[in-house]
Design a protein around this ligand. Sequence first.
Ligand SMILES: [Zn+2]
Length: 58
Amino acid sequence: MLPAKLRKGQLPTKICVTCGRPFEYRKKWRANWDDVKYCGEKCQRNRPAAGTTSSTPA
Ligand SMILES: [Zn+2]
């Protein structure tokens, strides 16, 4: 269930695909927030080994 009280100005969050932890929106991502999948550069480099997904980029 959703939290009862959503505070105004609350930052959007996503789940890092590498470490599985939630991370908050950062200003540096405002241009590409939709494409952000990792909480940081470290996770971006250490993303799960290829082969687990068979989907191909469009
Ligand atoms: Zn991460």
